[in-house]
Design a protein. Structure first.
Length: 149
């Protein structure tokens, strides 16, 4: 009969893989995914082996569950940092704006625009956010609808 070994508490296993000696950032020192983010395997008995983003799990330990549809973003722009003080919540659009502000992407220039191509202001009343995070001008959408009639 196979002997079952005792598992350490999950939060203890997590923090054993973190190096807090790096200047400000707490760096993940275990598995790294191909995209450069830390990977933490939970080994939960009820759910089976589950792989989570290390920064996401750090957020959960410090702040509780991540609301559906939100991402855990890095203030420090260090993908292996799990310091809860360096993390914040945002949606896909927030993530792309943050990346553009930090000059990590060059295809997001439109997120910084304050007006559409016809000059209508992107404000709460006049802006529709598509499911993919892109913005549409409601006035322009109405003009297009009218021209198709």
């Amino acid at each position: 009969m196979k002997k079952q070994r005792a598992m350490k508490p999950i939060d203890q296993r997590f923090w054993e893989k973190v190096d807090k000696t790096v200047d400000g950032c707490w760096e993940w020192r275990s598995a790294i995914r191909g995209n450069g983010y830390g990977a933490f395997f939970t080994h939960l008995i009820k759910e089976g082996r589950k792989c989570l983003g290390a920064h996401r799990y750090s957020w959960v330990l410090a702040n509780g569950p991540i609301p559906e549809g939100l991402w855990v973003l890095h203030k420090c722009d260090n993908r292996i940092c799990v310091n809860p003080d360096h993390l914040f919540l945002g949606n896909r659009t927030d993530n792309m704006r943050d990346a553009a502000k930090k000059q990590r992407v060059c295809t997001i220039g439109k997120s910084n625009l304050t007006h559409c191509i016809r000059g209508h202001e992107f404000n709460q009343a006049n802006t529709y956010i598509r499911p993919n995070g892109h913005r549409n001008c409601k006035v322009c959408n109405e003009i297009r609808r009218e021209s198709k009639k």
